[in-house]
Ligand binder design. Structure first.
Ligand SMILES: [Ca+2]
Ligand SMILES: [Ca+2]
Length: 208
């Protein structure tokens, strides 16, 4: 990509990826191109596929949960073409790394609403909690404990008592108690990983 094209793209992405300045966006575009293998077939879309992206989530951001990583991929892949484009990459990272509380609430809800029907259902909660808790060995029937946990969570978060979490329920609960943001499994980077990523991605800033 030549300099002029890069600057033009960075300028336009700056407007949508609000938490990065133009130089940072340029760095992220460059990083994207080092991560993406240029396809030999010109008609293939250039972008990060599921495996490449999951690898980044795992290696750089320390994520281990397959189901959550898949959902994070889907949250980045806005046009749902199974490939993260440069636009989706920069805009996604803007929220992932520096999102406001409101943006992060929307993002987490999207991740946790596994089937994308606009609600986090009992089954989805069960699935995610089971998934994130199974790593801890327990002597009793784990399913019973998780069912109890789902009921406790509903009691705390299901404000309109319809047995599932709408976006409004989720938002209200998280605004009350910020720790509930990642109630169903870690899907945002922690401070250490996100600082390490930014330092690496933006290290060239001084040369520009
Ligand atoms: Ca896409
Ligand atoms: Ca759902």
């Amino acid at each position: 990509m030549n300099r002029k094209k890069l600057q033009k793209l960075a300028e336009s992405l700056c407007r949508t990826a609000k938490h990065f300045n133009k130089i940072e966006v340029e760095c992220l575009i460059k990083l994207f191109h080092t991560l993406v293998v240029e396809p030999s077939d010109r008609h293939v879309v250039i972008g990060l596929d599921r495996n490449m992206f999951r690898n980044i989530l795992h290696v750089t951001f320390g994520m281990t949960d397959d189901m959550i990583m898949d959902r994070v991929f889907r949250a980045f892949d806005k046009d749902n073409d199974s490939c993260i484009s440069v636009t989706e990459w920069v805009e996604g990272l803007s929220i992932f790394l520096r999102g406001t509380l409101e943006e992060r609430i929307k993002y987490c809800f999207e991740v946790y609403d596994l089937n994308g029907d606009g609600y986090i259902s009992r089954e989805e909660m069960f699935h995610m909690l089971k998934n994130s808790l199974l790593k801890q060995p327990s002597e009793e029937d784990p399913d019973e404990g998780i069912k109890d946990l789902v009921e406790i969570t509903l009691k705390k978060m299901d404000y309109d008592h319809d047995g599932k979490l709408s976006y409004t329920d989720f938002e209200k609960a998280v605004r009350d108690e910020n720790l509930l943001l990642e109630a169903f499994g870690p899907c945002l980077p922690d401070m250490k990983n996100s600082m390490a990523f930014e330092m690496q991605a933006f290290q060239e800033t001084g040369d520009l």
